[in-house]
Structure formats: C-alpha cells, structure tokens
Design a protein around this ligand. Structure first.
Ligand SMILES: *[C@@H]1O[C@H](CO)[C@@H](O)[C@H](O)[C@H]1NC(C)=O
Ligand SMILES: *[C@@H]1O[C@H](CO)[C@@H](O)[C@H](O)[C@H]1NC(C)=O
Length: 406
C-alpha cells in the first residue's frame, strides 16, 4: 500500500517533472517542441502521446504506453509531449490536442497526415498493433524468381534491396526500412524456401532459415550480398552510406561485415526487458515480435549469436533459456488475431509493480486533482470519458473546444 501511496503523492506533486508519469527506464522519449520537429524529420512511423502530468488518464496510460514502446523499440519510436509545459503549448494547439491524453501517429514524419488513436482499449497490445499496422508503405513481394530480374531492371535508377528468406512473413524491420527510405531505395522480398533461388542468383544457399539481404547498387542489375548484422541500426547505417554515394559498395560491405555483435549494457538490458515483455504479452499481440520461435524449436537459434542483433533484429534471438520460455508461452497462448487484426484476447493484467496507482479515483472525481487548474474543472465533466480536457489560454476557448467535441 505504501509504495502506491508514495507513487500517487509523487504524481500529484505540483512541481513534478512530466517524465515522472512514465516508469523508470521507460523507452518513451519525452520531447519538447524542438524534439518534435527533429522527430518529424526522420521519415519514420512514430507515435506521440500528448499528456499533462496531473491528468489521471495519462498516468494510467503511461505504463501501457511504455510497454508498447519497449515492444516496438527501435523500429517505431514512441514519444510524449508535456502540454502543460508552456514551451509546448503552441505545439499541442497546432496538433489539435483538445484533451489528455491524445495519441497521434505520424505515419511518415510530417509527410503524411497524423492519425489520432480512437480505440477504446488503452493497452500495450492495442497500441502495439495500432502502430505496426499503420506503417504506410507495403513492401513488394516478388513471387517468381524470374521476376526478380525484371524488378531489378525497372528500378535501376535507384539502389534496390531484396530480402530473401524461407518464410513468407514480412518482418516489421523490413517494412519500417521501406518506409524510412521510400523514394530513395526500392525494397522487395522474395520467398526462397530452400535457398535454391539464392544459388540461382549466384550465392550460397546459406544456413537454413537465415534471411539474406541482396543489394543492387544504383545502375546495376547484379546484386551484392549484404554481410552486416540484420539489425535496424546496422542496416540504416549501411543504407545511409550507400545513398551518400561516397563509398564503394564492396568496401562498405567489408566494413559492415567487420561490425561485431557486441551489445552495450544498455542494449542488453533492453533486450532482456523486451524478452520478458514478449512473454507477458504473448496473448496480447507481441507474437509478431517472436518470429524466432520456430528457430528456437528446431535449434537453429543457437547460431544466431553474432549473426543477428537484438532490438529491431531480423531472424532470431540468441538466448536459449529465455527463448524456451517463449516456446512454452506460445503453446499455452496461441495467437488470437481475428481477420480484422484486433487482438481478441484481453491483454494480461499488468503485474502489481506496473499497476497504476490504485488510489487514483474514477473520472468523475478527477477534477479534484486539478485544483490548480481552475479552467479545467468545469470542462472535465463535459469531455468524453477517459479524457481530460486540455486547459487552454482562456476559459472561453476551452468551452469552444468542448463544444467541438460534443
Ligand atoms: C526523408 O525523405 C526525403 C525524401 O522523401 C529525403 O530527402 C530526406 O533526406 C529524408 N530524411 C532523412 C532524415 O532520412
Ligand atoms: C526467416 O524465416 C524464418 C523461418 O520461417 C523465420 O523464423 C524468420 O523470422 C524469417 N526472418 C525474416 C527476416 O523474415
């Protein structure tokens, strides 16, 4: 009881920094108006939660949002903006924030219109699905081997990247890279069940089930096999240099091949937490993250160390003991996705340590929390349940917002 009371009083302390609503070690990045600008320049799918530290709904959202951030790291960054901070008020108004929390997904930086989250469920798995499905551009799947040559010729004026793998499933990493480098690099994938197509293209069949990335330099129809790590940051670095045009592809590839698989303590920590999170959320929709489950079952995961990275990896995960647990978890809780893609099994309840402060009252009593924000008190009742009206400069404006919402 005591820790909960403590958490609550901390959350309600007037000078509390907004980051305090997110659990310690959360991968949700607090950004201000400048950070928002930088984030939008990245051409990435990202999510921003517009919050206020005093808002109870935001405090309840925080642990779930953090778990989603962990699951999506580093492929889809999750940010938060404290709209209570005077520096950010303009940004929040510009983004049309009328209540807290407001979750907005930016499919490709500022290049596409934002999508507001309107789901009923504010759970980690709901956010996770929402974000993964919103990555806008689909990767072309090349079914026939003969069509690869055609594809390579068609896109000759740009570099092209082809993922070859036994599985037909599109990894989120590839979709995310495709979105990030849209207009710059052409992505595709080809199912190579037994490695035979790799051989026909002049490469080794390679270890079973290990993905291959073939790079076609601009102006060339002959591919080079990428020798680096199958990780988001490694591939991004490689593609950036490729686009730079300053480096010879062979040299670039040699350099990538030299990159060793030495995770920093921080990466290790994130990896372990991701693993734990996947186990917990096996019901709720992290199954997309556990692509490696089959590899674990047939033992091929043993070789993954050194070949595959962690967060944002393609292929497998190195750690055998934890992976065995995943296998069990999956057996007990098979994927429960309907056609529409919404998880039908409710997400598991958060563990006690993650539970939001229990003492937090239900919405109708919330205005009492906001005493220092007299403007809000009046409107809170009028907004939709699960949201607190955003305080605006004047009471008049606020009323207008409320009217719009009704
Ligand atoms: C974003 O994409 C545009 C082309 O659509 C490109 O010119 C720009 O360099 C990209 N920015 C980053 C940070 O990759
Ligand atoms: C490659 O295929 C294997 C086996 O089907 C699968 O476990 C793995 O996730 C796939 N990797 C990628 C990058 O698609």
């Amino acid at each position: 009881m005591l820790p909960q009371l403590l958490a609550l009083s901390l959350a309600l302390a007037p000078n509390v920094v907004s980051a305090a609503i997110f659990p310690e070690g959360s991968l949700v990045k607090m950004i201000d108006h400048k950070g928002f600008k930088d984030a939008m320049k990245q051409n990435m799918t990202s999510v921003v939660a517009f919050v206020a530290p005093w808002c109870g709904h935001c405090q309840r959202l925080a642990p779930e949002y953090s778990r989603a951030a962990l699951g999506l790291y580093p492929l889809i960054p999750l940010y938060a903006v404290d709209c209570d901070n005077s520096k950010n008020k303009r940004l929040c108004a510009d983004q049309g924030v009328k209540g807290f929390p407001t979750l907005k997904l930016y499919p490709r930086g500022k290049k596409m219109a934002a999508i507001e989250y309107d789901g009923q469920e504010r759970t980690a798995s709901a956010f996770f699905y929402w974000a993964t499905r919103a990555v806008p551009v689909k990767v072309k799947k090349i079914k026939e081997l003969d069509d690869i040559a055609k594809w390579a010729v068609e896109g000759i004026s740009k570099p092209r990247a082809l993922l070859m793998n036994k599985s037909n499933k599109m990894p989120l990493l590839w979709t995310v890279l495709n979105n990030k480098y849209k207009d710059q690099i052409i992505f595709a994938s080809h199912r190579d069940r037994k490695g035979r197509d790799s051989v026909k293209l002049g490469f080794e069949a390679g270890p079973e089930k290990s993905p291959k990335v073939l790079i076609y330099p601009e102006g060339d129809t002959k591919p080079v096999k990428y020798d680096g790590l199958m990780k988001f940051d490694s591939l991004s670095k490689f593609f950036d240099s490729l686009l730079d045009g300053s480096v010879d592809l062979t040299l670039l590839n040699q350099e990538s091949a030299k990159e060793e698989f030495i995770p920093t303590p921080e990466e290790l920590d994130i990896e372990q937490r991701q693993e734990a999170e996947m186990l917990k959320l096996a019901h709720g929709g992290y199954a997309e993250m556990i692509d490696f489950e089959k590899a674990v079952k047939d033992g091929s995961a043993k070789n993954f160390h050194g070949e595959n990275g962690f967060p944002g990896m393609m292929g497998g995960k190195p750690q055998q003991p934890a992976a065995e647990k995943v296998e069990e978890g999956v057996k007990e809780a098979p994927m429960s996705q309907t056609e529409t893609g919404h998880p039908t099994t409710p997400a598991p309840t958060p563990t006690p340590t993650e539970a939001p402060p229990a003492a937090d009252p239900t919405p109708p009593t919330e205005p009492s929390v906001v005493v220092q924000e007299p403007v809000v008190v009046e409107e809170t009742k009028a907004t939709e349940p699960g949201r607190t009206a955003a305080p605006t400069a004047t009471a008049k404006e606020s009323k207008e917002h409320v009217k719009e919402e009704l």
